[in-house]
Design a protein. Structure first.
Length: 118
């Protein structure tokens, strides 16, 4: 069982930056690929970014490429999402996701609100 707790959300003006953190419980953090998803009001949850277990491979949704950076610190059981040049359309609840690659095991955090004002 893995528990994920996000933090770092808030209100920021367009063009600003935020860094989200997701702290995971347990001793198997490095066994999980980690990702961030987001859900805006009235929309479905969508993929934002993902990082492999060792951190060597990352993937991004096209609209955040060049602005967002995902990283992880396996010693701290934490994954981060650095968000720069934020836009109002980035406003959403951001969720942390853990995926045990190759097995039907996944976990979600409770979400953290990011609001970007124009």
């Amino acid at each position: 069982q893995v528990q994920l707790v996000e933090s770092g959300g808030g209100l920021v003006q367009a063009g600003g930056s935020l860094r989200l953190s997701c702290a995971a419980s347990g001793r198997t953090f490095s066994s999980y690929a980690m990702g961030w998803f987001r859900q805006a009001p009235g929309k479905e949850r969508e993929f934002v970014a993902a990082i492999s277990r060792g951190g060597g491979t990352t993937n991004y949704e096209d609209s955040v490429k060049g602005r967002f950076t995902i990283s992880r610190d396996n010693a701290k059981n934490t994954v981060y999402l650095q968000m720069n040049s934020l836009k109002p359309e980035d406003t959403a609840v951001y969720y942390c996701h853990a995926d045990m690659t190759g097995l039907p095991i996944e976990y979600w955090g409770q979400g953290t609100q990011v609001t970007v004002s124009s």
